[in-house]
Write a protein that binds this ligand. Structure first.
Ligand code: DON
Length: 553
């Protein structure tokens, strides 16, 4: 175990010292040292980017319980052998779910029901997702990719202070809200810098290792889950589990400047939002030069954000249930018209920013490039920090609270302040709208950037700003992830959330213009970028972060 800790520190050291080294062959940007170490080992032993991603996903289910998971879902954007691909392993609503399931008899939303506890979970997609990714692209054995996670669950891992502090925060907040979940029973014994073991989770991972997807969706694990649901008033049953299917979709692929952006299609809103934001940015800016995080820059991007989020609330949802007008939303003429509405002098009135087409706190991300130039950009989630707060007893994993990403009632915001209507209402087997935006940028058909972040709706701002920071402002990977960011999403009205570190004069001018400024940190960018023809890898730094980035020779 000591060895693991040492390797963690070594990885951190390597991250700093190798960042600028010549002729790298591969790179990873990971949310913790265990996933960094394991993905590096997989790549060094001849595995490809997808192999490394699968091993990392299972390790994070053990070492980053806030967000890493087998009880949640996610999206994987892939560039492999010169082809683009996208894996949607998003959770779906259980078959017994219905549109009004979170409303009381007066039609009001029951506080927290979609966010905490057993009714907040969608049917998990992660294990099927990894299984499908392995079937299509894996080169290492499935068992070898599960082995590191099983070891870490069985023998334990050393608890990072950030994990301990998140556990304490979560337990306190459940207690203060009077929410009865079994989270503390499983996690209160974790102590900073001490070994923490998860024996039930180890057994579940072993069944997944031996039986593949059936080790989770059928047999003993499925029985444990459905019995636990029955005993505790949940609605996910064996049929929901057996019939879960992740889906291969066409990613959104669109040119922006000299780059090909490969990003997440619906049921993510992220890809469309990022491309709308980048495209309108160029249209609004025109020939002007903006300084980074200046008044003009922040106002223009906030104005664009109003329009992006008006469209998101109206048009976006699960493409298997509704017709999402992707091409129209990304059409150059449409975006030019939208951009023309923006004035550099004044804020548009939020109530008047309508969807534009004519009628006709947890997730985690990692980025990988292998020595063959293949890339994986993967964002995975159980939604809010530690998901529903419910651990499946006997199987040892945390259930997601992804149902909160649906619109429980038109006009009522979810935990990320996102509004929605019929496009994102609850229906059995439907995927809830997401903001997860795993993105890859190519330049001259070579991987140039791999980027992504957690953060609910702020994911979109973290990702598009990581792109602008790198490309528009020529920042190193390290600066691109650490420089202060900001976010505006139409509602709450004229609120810009921002990191500390933006110039006071700019903040005063924004407030003079009518914005309300709220200082808050969001996201955890994991970025691989290309600077002077070489990869740089960077994980966002700071007390709340524990990422490790490596450029591997
Ligand atoms: O899919 C989504 O958009 C959300 N469930 C993501 C949640 C998230 O990023 C929480 N992280 N801080």
């Amino acid at each position: 175990m000591k060895q693991l800790l040492l390797s963690g520190f070594l990885a951190l050291f390597l991250c700093i010292s190798f960042q600028l080294q010549a002729a790298p062959e591969a790179a990873v940007a990971m949310p913790d040292s265990y996933s960094a170490q394991v993905s590096e080992q997989v790549l060094n032993s001849g595995g490809n980017a997808v192999d490394a991603a699968i091993a990392a996903q299972f390790v994070l289910a053990v070492t980053l319980p806030e967000a890493g998971n087998i009880g949640g879902g996610g999206f994987m954007t892939i560039y492999k052998g010169g082809e683009t691909d996208f894996l949607d392993y998003r959770e779906v609503a259980p078959k017994k779910a219905h549109k009004d399931m979170y409303l009381d008899k007066n039609g009001e939303v029951i506080p927290y029901l979609s966010l905490y506890g057993i009714l907040s979970s969608g049917v998990p997609g992660t294990v099927d997702g990894m299984w499908q990714a392995h079937k299509k692209y894996g080169s290492k054995t499935w068992q070898s990719l599960l082995a590191p996670a099983i070891k870490l669950a069985q023998e334990g891992f050393i608890v990072h202070p950030a994990l301990k502090s998140n556990i304490n925060w979560r337990i306190d907040s459940f207690n203060s809200k009077g929410i009865k979940v079994n989270f503390a029973k499983y996690f209160s014994s974790a102590q900073t810098s001490k070994i923490f073991k998860q024996p039930e989770l180890a057994e579940t991972l072993k069944r997944i290792s031996s039986h593949g997807r059936d080790g989770f969706y059928r047999g003993q694990t499925a029985k444990i889950i459905s019995q636990f649901m029955k005993d505790n008033g949940g609605i996910i049953n064996e049929h929901d589990l057996a019939s879960y299917q992740s889906k291969w979709r066409k990613p959104i692929v669109k040119n922006w400047r000299d780059y090909t952006v490969i990003t997440a299609p619906p049921p993510s809103s992220g890809g469309i939002a990022i491309l709308q934001w980048l495209t309108m940015y160029d249209l609004v800016k025109g020939d002007k030069t903006y300084e980074h995080n200046s008044l003009e820059y922040m106002h223009s991007l906030a104005e664009i954000g109003k329009r992006v989020f008006a469209d998101r609330a109206e048009y976006l949802g699960d493409p298997d249930f509704i017709n999402v007008p992707v091409a129209s939303l990304l059409d150059q003429n449409y975006l030019s018209q939208r951009a023309k509405e923006i004035s550099l002098d004044k804020i548009s009135i939020s109530e008047q920013v309508a969807p534009g087409l004519e009628e006709s706190r947890d997730t985690t991300h990692f980025s990988i490039v292998d020595k063959w130039g293949n890339a994986v950009s993967n964002t995975t989630t159980i939604n809010y920090t530690f998901g529903s707060g419910v651990i499946v007893e006997g199987a040892g994993f945390i259930l997601n609270d992804e149902m909160d990403d649906f619109s429980a009632k038109a006009g009522v915001a979810n935990v990320f302040g996102a509004l929605g209507g019929t496009a994102n209402e609850i229906q059995p087997n439907k995927r809830m709208l997401s903001s997860m935006s795993p993105t890859i940028l190519l330049k001259n058909n070579q991987v140039n950037m791999v980027t992504g972040s957690p953060g609910g709706t702020t994911i979109i701002s973290s990702v598009y700003q990581s792109i602008l920071n790198s490309i528009e402002f020529n920042m190193s990977a390290k600066s691109a992830v650490n420089t202060p960011r900001f976010h505006h999403q139409l509602w709450p009205k004229d609120v810009i959330e921002h990191y500390a570190g933006i110039e006071q004069a700019t903040l005063s001018s924004l407030s003079g213009k009518g914005y309300t400024l709220k200082q808050r940190e969001f996201g955890d960018l994991q970025l691989i970028s290309t600077v002077n023809g070489k990869y740089q890898a960077a994980s966002q730094q700071g007390n709340a972060h524990r990422g490790v980035a490596l450029v591997i020779k």
